[in-house]
Design a protein around this ligand. Structure first.
Ligand code: SF4
Ligand code: SF4
Length: 425
């Protein structure tokens, strides 16, 4: 990122970035990335494409979006995987995920938000308030959603429109959600001045499904006895999937999948130490935050499955490609997004079933609940998940984005590793 800084200073100035503070942010992101990712030995060569995506997130990707807008394109900011990208893309609107993963910006949120809300929200708005979010001026507006209380109240405070995500999964809730997806379609059409056609929507459904299929292909290799990709690198790929241009991501993911399949066929695994296999569950880990994955894997556990929104929840389900009319496609999109099993739902039986199935398919010995501090939905739901996984050992790690507690967490992870090491799969 530091290397890129010189080239992008003019662009950053033009879009109102505070260059001095932004340099501090980039230095912090660089240092954290080196610390959490680059200690791994013999990473797949194609991971360099995703390392680049990480470094491009404040430079090359910003330039791409600025250029798109300079040519008349529109873009919106999003904060959640409930916002249907397919619809925005079909209208020619670029959706940009804005969830912050940097610990550097967390304290900059103090000017508007209380300290006892989750670091994801504080990091996101800390970047905006400190003038270090390069996407702040590269969007027409941001679309929130009514998932957790902290988000709902943040949108009110900041005046963002939001999609109403129901909290239950009855027919009445599905009907409400469909009407919200239809409203989102009208908003995107209004923004771009372009009516969404069935052809355009079918193409964007295929494009985004292709992305999710590639992520499924990469992640299915983690079921092997010797997974060819680490949990840390799989996380980076998922984070890049949210940030990169979709076609560019699909090209990079195809290259990585082919390399991983070749490694797997030769028995080349990602880990020197075949420690116990665990499933990672809980809050998302936005780009810039990989502390929990890092401590868990550098303590000798292997994260072979990640059910979070920066893991399988993002790519587990596809939109049905069988519809031919626009209305049926919108309905298929509503169904796909309604199947997301966020902890904001009550009850959330689908998540219990999905995690139970993953635990079996990926042959894990234990679960690591990774909870962002003050993320009450996932924190409280960890108990229900433990009940659903009767008998499977688990470790709950509640953490913010700071690095000061890494060694304390490591002590607990090492003790957990000992427990798991003594158990059969
Ligand atoms: S955890 Fe819930 S609110 Fe957060 S991104 Fe995922 S679906 Fe959205
Ligand atoms: S991590 Fe949890 S508390 Fe934070 S925005 Fe997402 S759902 Fe809300």
């Amino acid at each position: 990122m530091q290397e890129a800084a010189t080239d992008y200073r003019q662009l950053w100035s033009e879009i109102g970035v505070d260059i001095e503070l932004h340099d501090q942010l980039l230095a912090s992101l660089d240092r954290v990335f080196t610390h959490t990712h680059l200690w791994q030995a013999d990473r797949p060569a194609s991971m360099s494409l995703f390392d680049k995506a990480f470094h491009d997130s404040h430079s090359g990707r910003v330039a791409e979006i600025a250029s798109y807008r300079a040519n008349g394109g529109k873009s919106i900011g999003t904060f959640c995987i409930y916002v249907p990208d397919e619809i925005a893309l079909a209208a020619g609107v670029l959706p940009m995920p804005l969830c912050g993963g940097s610990g550097w910006s967390v304290d900059h949120a103090d000017r508007m938000f209380p300290r006892d809300i989750c670091p994801l929200i504080r990091s996101t708005f800390g970047m905006a308030f400190s003038g270090t979010c390069p996407y702040k001026k590269l969007k027409e507006f941001a679309v929130g959603e009514t998932t957790c209380d902290a988000k709902k109240k943040a949108w009110d405070l900041l005046g963002f429109p939001s999609l109403e995500v129901p909290q239950k999964k009855n027919q009445v809730d599905r009907d409400l959600w469909l009407s919200e997806v239809e409203r989102f379609r009208r908003e995107m059409e209004k923004l771009s001045g372009r009516a969404i056609t069935a052809e355009a929507l079918a193409a964007s459904i295929r494009l985004v499904n292709d992305k999710r299929r590639l992520l499924q292909r990469i992640n299915s290799l983690r079921m092997l006895d010797e997974p060819p990709i680490s949990g840390l690198d799989a996380l980076l790929v998922s984070q890049a999937a949210l940030n990169m241009d979709v076609a560019a991501f699909n090209a990079a993911a195809g290259t990585l999948a082919a390399e991983l399949e070749a490694r797997a066929s030769k028995g080349i695994g990602a880990y020197r130490d075949p420690g116990p296999r665990v499933l990672f569950a809980g809050s998302p880990s936005p780009m810039g935050f990989a502390k929990t994955h890092y401590v868990v894997e550098s303590s000798g556990l292997r994260i072979v499955a990640d059910e979070s929104c920066t893991g399988m929840r993002y790519f587990r389900d596809l939109v049905d490609e069988g519809a031919s009319t626009l209305e049926d496609m919108i309905s298929a999109i509503a169904d796909r997004y309604f199947s997301i099993d966020c902890a904001c739902f009550s009850p959330n039986r689908e998540r219990m079933e999905n995690v139970g199935r993953l635990a079996g398919e990926y042959r894990v010995r234990g679960v690591v609940h990774s909870i962002l501090q003050y993320c009450h939905g996932y924190d409280i739901e960890a108990k229900a998940l433990d009940r659903a996984l009767a008998g499977m050992p688990s470790l709950k790690i509640v953490a913010d984005y700071g690095e000061q507690d890494e060694e304390q967490i490591r002590v607990r992870v090492e003790a957990f590793r000992e427990v798991l090491a003594g158990r059969a799969v």
